[in-house]
Design a protein. Structure first.
Ligand code: PLP
Length: 393
């Protein structure tokens, strides 16, 4: 006799994508200690936090050391000042949000995983390829999952046309990780109309919104009709380099009602029960990142990364290697040369050029034969990787 465990975990792929990569890189570096490996794999930022954020954090730390300004538990759903900063950020796109519609968290990954708590046994629609957390968190809950194939033919932007009309939880990530594809307003309107018609819920991940160039929606709430069918999850990880600092937010509109229940109230209840708030210091940092001055500094960092993306794109152009992304996204999504499979190309790049990327197959079966390179490296590392590709590929 033993206690029962969640058997759904047996259905997860054996290893999380990035642990697999780390293992392979570790084995290679141990066997080749003299070789300098350049890591353009994991989507982690490398530039330090911007000065306005650092200043705000120092001030908040001092407040915590002073009896008069010390703070204990934060409000579970966020301090008003942080919520107001998010609301102001959205006002730039003419999106109006209420104070009780924004929930401050410790990042988008937790919210992506935790949001499944408030839903029952629905069918899930997940783009393929995409950020793996949507899939794994739903596998953990034993959900029925269908895929939306994203491929070169549809510009890596699957549309509702041809999808059977019934209720789903639909995940949309725009700009997309890993492909860098971005939905325009008309395309998102089609998804919103589909969701309202079928009483589905869209979970919109806008983690890369700050990278958007041109006239694309930064938020699903720019789309008419979205307040009755969408939840948005976002993060300061890529916007402000908060991957190690940790702050995100989820927006659940008041009008979103499923089976007679307001999801906003459910998410509030879920957070108040299982989450004890993001640290005061971090919320002050987030407020600073979204302030006019702080955000400008963050955009300078993003511009730096995008110059890296341009260097990578240029060498791929020279080599005649097909790619997309790298314009409204920090990721370049390329077709593996010479018909190589994703992991084959991974091994080739690691062994021959000592460059680490991410195999497209790790983001879904449609990613097979593709590969992701990130522009989040330093300029020097990116330049060196580009030179190696120029000479060796
Ligand atoms: N959503 C997408 C699409 C991502 O690519 C990532 C991180 O890579 C996240 C969410 C996770 O963000 P956070 O660092 O806030 O947990």
């Amino acid at each position: 006799m033993s206690i029962l465990v969640n058997d759904n975990y047996q259905n997860l792929a054996q290893n999380y994508l990035f642990s697999n990569i780390a293992k392979k890189v570790k084995a290679y570096t141990e066997a080749n200690p003299d070789k300098k490996v350049i890591r353009l794999g994991i989507g982690d930022v490398t530039l330090p936090l911007v000065p306005t954020v650092i200043e705000a954090m120092h001030k908040a730390v001092d407040e915590m050391g002073n009896q008069a300004t010390f703070r204990g538990y934060a409000p579970e759903c966020g301090y008003d000042f942080a919520i107001e900063a998010v609301i102001k950020h959205y006002a730039a796109w003419n999106v109006e949000l209420g104070m009780n519609e924004v929930f401050i968290s410790d990042g988008a990954k937790s919210d992506c995983g935790n949001i499944t708590d408030i839903f029952g046994d629905n069918e899930i629609l997940i783009p393929d390829p995409v950020y793996p957390v949507y899939l794994d968190s739903n596998i953990m809950n034993g959900r029925r999952i269908s895929y939306l194939a994203a491929n070169q033919e549809n510009g890596f932007l699957p549309m509702p046309e041809g999808v059977e009309k019934k209720s789903y939880i639909i995940y949309i990530c725009s700009p997309n990780n890993p492909t860098g594809a971005v939905y325009n307003k008309e395309q998102l309107k089609e998804w919103v109309d589909f969701a309202n018609e079928t009483q589905s819920v869209i979970i919109f991940d806008s983690a890369y919104e700050a990278f958007i160039k041109g006239d694309y929606p930064h938020s699903i709430f720019e789309i008419e009709g979205s307040r009755t069918c969408a939840i948005e999850i976002c993060s300061l990880s890529k916007t402000a380099g908060f991957t190690g600092t940790r702050m995100g937010y989820t927006i659940v509109p008041e009008q979103l009602v499923c089976s007679g229940t307001q999801l906003n109230k459910m998410w509030n209840r879920r957070q108040c029960t299982k989450f004890n708030g993001t640290s005061y210091i971090i919320q002050r940092a987030g407020e600073a990142a979204l302030s006019e001055k702080g955000f400008k500094e963050c955009l300078d960092n993003i511009a730096y990364y995008m110059e890296n993306a341009k260097l990578i794109a240029d060498v791929l152009d020279e080599k005649g290697i097909w790619y997309t992304g790298g314009i409204s996204s920090p990721y370049i999504w390329l077709k593996c040369p010479n018909g190589m499979k994703s992991w084959e190309f991974f091994d080739y790049l690691l062994n021959e050029l000592q460059i680490v990327g991410t195999p497209g197959a790790g983001f879904g079966s449609q990613g097979e034969g593709y590969f992701r390179l990130t522009s989040f490296g330093s300029r020097e590392a990116t330049q060196e990787a580009v030179e190696r590709i120029r000479k060796g590929l």
